[in-house]
Ligand binder design. Structure first.
Ligand code: ARG
Length: 463
């Protein structure tokens, strides 16, 4: 190989390595947290007498200019800066000169990145919580209109017992409330400031971590610098929280897809959220909930990726952890757009009360009520009542009727043991009565459902 070729290869390799090593093209997402962290750090250095007033003021002014340049699109991100931390610092030094070189006193990129990333995760935890709250409030709003709308409650996707549609909506409101609480508790658990941990062992400078903790809005400084620079539990937690919420989003999406099919026709999605087929002109496809369901997959992938990155790392900082960011950014963006869209889909869906009601007449949904009646009023053992009810169901099938449509003579004729059963049983087998009979705490009766709505309304005003 000629000398010239050798040189080209070497240059190319160097360039590839720079690109391989750099994170600036994605961690620029953290620019505002990085600048916030540097403002706090320099303020603390000044208060501790480590930086003079002029230098601190120059740094603050310069950082604000860098921020403005980034936000207006004037800032040029370059691979040679390696990451957002170096990019900001070098531009700062370009603008203000030597004072910029003092900013990194008593700090390492290891605590800097831990701080920036944690600030990002904390900010996003709060905004995702807000979005979850909005979604919950939408479910409660829809529920308020449907406390008497019957829909077949299913197990194994088979008709089981009648419930009301509000109750079904509130099942989701409960899932999203737990998600909300998960973001809340991880926020609390991770609300500690990494800044001042330095490279891994603290610093000989007379810093004050309480000051930066306060300036950044954390509760207290983290307890052990070595743990702090290598810990990414907080990132794993948000990935898990997002994955769980996406799993719930995926489940309601699945139901929306089923419910909007010809076979169900329980809901119709607003035209805005349904798409047409490029070949079949008559079609209206549920692409939007399908995508919500599909996008859940990548959030699980991001969680497993970071778990895998972290599992073999010795203490303390390792460059492997640079791999923590893209997955988190991706999961955050995915859930932000998903929550926004799902909220609109639920708000604008058209509920077909008639179809839901009609579907309840298939599958003898009130059969359990007959068994319960025999236990309560005739003191029969449940298993005996169960077999008698089976006979009544068989009779209803032979007459091509639902159990809720049988008259008293038909019921009495089904089994010797109930040949004298009270006429009131007909009322008990009515579908709405069946739903309303489930008065146990957390049950589906309209009254219980209304209570649940009230509890949610109070929760929504308190949170
Ligand atoms: N870009 C790096 C990251 O995201 C910042 C920390 C680099 N520290 C170091 N000592 N190389 O993890």
């Amino acid at each position: 190989m000629s000398n010239q070729n050798n040189q080209i290869l070497k240059n190319t390799n160097a360039q590839i390595l720079d690109e391989f090593n750099a994170s600036v093209m994605f961690d620029k997402e953290l620019y505002s947290q990085d600048i916030k962290g540097s403002m706090a750090h320099s303020q603390m250095l000044y208060e501790q007498g480590i930086l003079c007033l002029e230098d601190k003021e120059a740094i603050h002014k310069g950082l604000l200019q860098v921020k403005e340049e980034i936000e207006s699109g004037k800032f040029e991100f370059k691979i040679e800066h390696e990451d957002i931390h170096m990019a900001v610092e070098s531009r700062l030094t370009q603008i203000i000169g030597d004072a910029g070189k003092r900013l990194h006193t008593a700090r390492s990129r290891n605590d800097q990145v831990a701080t920036d990333f944690r600030l990002y995760v904390q900010e996003k935890s709060l905004s995702i919580k807000e979005q979850l709250k909005e979604l919950i409030s939408t479910f409660v709003e829809v529920a308020s209109k449907h406390t008497s709308t019957l829909i077949p409650g299913m197990t194994h996707l088979q008709h089981a017992q009648p419930v009301n549609f509000a109750y079904h909506m509130l099942a989701y409101a409960n899932m999203f409330k737990r998600d909300y609480e998960r973001f809340e508790s991880s926020y609390e658990r991770n609300n500690y400031s990494p800044l001042g941990s330095a490279a891994l062992a603290g610093t000989p400078h007379n810093i004050n971590r309480e000051t930066t903790t306060k300036l950044l809005g954390f509760k207290a400084p983290t307890a052990n610098a070595m743990d702090t620079v290598s810990d990414r539990d907080f990132a794993l937690e948000i990935l898990f929280n997002i994955s769980t919420a996406m799993m719930h989003i995926s489940r309601i999406s699945e139901e929306l897809i089923l419910w909007s099919s010809y076979e169900f026709q329980f809901v119709r999605m607003s035209d805005e959220y349904a798409t047409t087929s490029s070949i079949m002109p008559q079609k209206k496809n549920p692409d939007v909930p399908e995508l919500l369901r599909g996008k859940t997959g990548r959030t699980y992938g991001n969680l497993i990726s970071l778990f895998t990155v972290m599992k073999g790392l010795p203490l303390a900082y390792n460059k492997d952890t640079q791999e923590d960011k893209e997955g988190v950014f991706d999961s955050v963006k995915t859930i932000e757009i998903s929550l926004k869209i799902l909220n609109e889909v639920i708000k604008t869906m058209i509920v077909n009360v008639d179809k839901m009601q009609k579907a309840c007449k298939i599958g003898h949904l009130s059969a359990t009520d007959l068994a319960d009646y025999l236990v309560q009023k005739q003191n029969l053992p449940f298993r005996t009542a169960y077999y008698i009810t089976k006979d009544v169901v068989a009779l209803a099938n032979s007459l091509n009727k639902d159990i809720s449509e049988l008259n008293i003579d038909e019921i009495r004729s089904a089994n010797e043991e109930i040949k004298n059963i009270d006429e009131e049983i007909v009322m008990y087998l009515d579908l709405k009565a069946s739903m309303n009979a489930r008065t146990s705490f957390g049950g589906t009766s309209t009254k219980q459902t209304e209570n649940q709505i009230e509890v949610f309304k109070t929760w929504l005003t308190r949170n």
